[in-house]
Design a binder for this molecule. Structure first.
Ligand SMILES: *Cc1c(COP(=O)(O)O)cnc(C)c1O
Length: 392
């Protein structure tokens, strides 16, 4: 793991830049989360739900035909096989158990494309907790099936009608609601973003990914570390989980893949480390796509999960310190990589995950290397995008 200081900073990035009125909520969480997560009863419940509800451990699959094509040994960490179809459920399961221990009765969440909203609505149904998900009005229109999934699961989906009516506005609305209901409500943030302690807490819930990779590689290869780990980065939670137990193992190359959209210099991109400057977004100091006078620039990516103008502070630090290698993959190349995996291995990946796969075309590696690619989610949710693209 990477050490954070007592104020929640990874190097220059992180912290808790919050309005005064949010202070009690954040303070309550900060004072309790480590102790609760360290308790035996928490660990027992979390591990048992990960196993019997989420379906962990997820397999580490040696992708033989993909390996042959790229001339290197490639394993896929199959987060696409998690319940609800992506890694996001690891975090929502952890946070709902935490919320119960804090005696919270209601859960709120923000969602962009709806994947985090669905994962939150799922665990709320499981625990019999009231669930309200804030979603930009424009996103509700674009992601109708996920809106209905949340409703089937019993959640209330509330449109955010301010600003661009997308993820940023949904987050603002969730924050406002949290300020108004501090005693009975827990806010489940969906990535390694937000004010301290969220980035660290979410990374720890997702760290099960690299804990499993270590054990599985040891069994298959006789060593617990690969040469390279590759993961896509929106906010950065699946990458943080896949990197977590390798941060201090300098032999392991950590490759983070951002969405270049229509091209890094096209003005329609989400390649935050290439385009961003230090700024404050959703309660933490991080790299942020912004105009000269600090207005957030609307990002673009073909994959909704990578369409975010910032990046978790841990990744801003990995970038600034040089510990992580950052690549950017364009929409078209991600789509091609998604079809390639479908044809070579019989796995249709989420378009987010397809960005990580496409990095194989840019990366320099040795034939003797072992590469683990974190396959963050399955492609079912992206069928319409594949169909519209049509080139298969
Ligand atoms: C949400 C999502 C992502 C991006 O989120 P991170 O926090 O960066 O992991 C990536 N892949 C899938 C399948 C997602 O649903």
């Amino acid at each position: 793991m990477i050490k954070i200081d007592e104020n929640g900073f990874y190097g220059d990035f992180g912290g808790a830049y919050i309005p005064e009125m949010l202070y009690p909520n954040i303070e309550e969480l900060k004072e309790n989360y480590e102790q609760i997560m360290a308790s035996e009863s928490f660990k027992t419940e979390f591990d048992s739900l990960l196993k019997d509800y989420v379906g962990r451990p997820t397999p580490l699959f040696h992708a033989q035909r993909l390996s042959e094509k790229y001339g290197v040994k490639i394993y896929l960490k199959r987060e696409d096989l998690c319940h609800t179809g992506a890694h996001k459920i690891n975090n929502t399961v952890g946070q709902i158990i935490l919320a119960k221990r804090l005696n919270k009765k209601r859960i709120i969440a923000e969602t962009g494309a709806g994947q985090h909203g669905v994962a939150t609505a799922t665990v709320c149904a499981l625990m019999g907790m009231e669930c309200t998900v804030y979603m930009g009005a424009v996103d509700m229109e674009r992601q109708k099936p996920n809106v209905e999934r949340m409703r089937i699961l019993g959640a209330t989906v509330v449109p955010a009608n301010s600003g661009s009516k997308t993820l940023k506005d949904a987050t603002n609305e969730a924050m406002r609601q949290w300020i108004n209901n501090p005693v009975d409500t827990h806010y489940i943030i969906g990535s390694v973003v937000g004010p301290h302690p969220y980035p660290e807490m979410v990374a720890r819930f997702q760290s099960v990914i690299s804990a499993e990779i270590k054990a599985q590689l040891l069994e298959k290869e006789g060593r617990d570390s690969p040469d390279i780990v590759i993961a896509c980065v929106g906010g950065g939670s699946n990458a943080a989980g896949a990197f977590y137990h390798y941060y201090n193992d300098e032999k392991v190359r950590l490759v983070a893949v951002e969405a270049a959209g229509l091209g890094v210099t096209s003005g329609k991109s989400a390649a935050t480390t290439q385009l961003g400057k230090p700024g404050i977004l959703h309660g933490s100091k991080t790299l942020l796509m912004q105009t000269e006078d600090g207005q957030v620039v609307e990002p673009h990516s073909i994959s909704a999960g990578l369409d975010y103008p910032g990046i978790g502070p841990v990744h801003a630090h990995l970038f600034a310190s040089g510990r992580g290698e950052f690549l950017a993959v364009e929409d078209e190349d991600a789509m091609i990589a998604g079809i390639e995996l479908s044809r070579l291995e019989g796995i249709i990946p989420a378009i987010e995950s397809a960005h990580a796969l496409s990095a194989l075309n840019q990366l320099k590696y040795k034939a003797s290397d072992i590469i683990v690619i974190n396959l963050s989610g399955r492609g079912d949710k992206d069928l319409e995008t594949y169909i519209k693209w049509g080139n298969y």
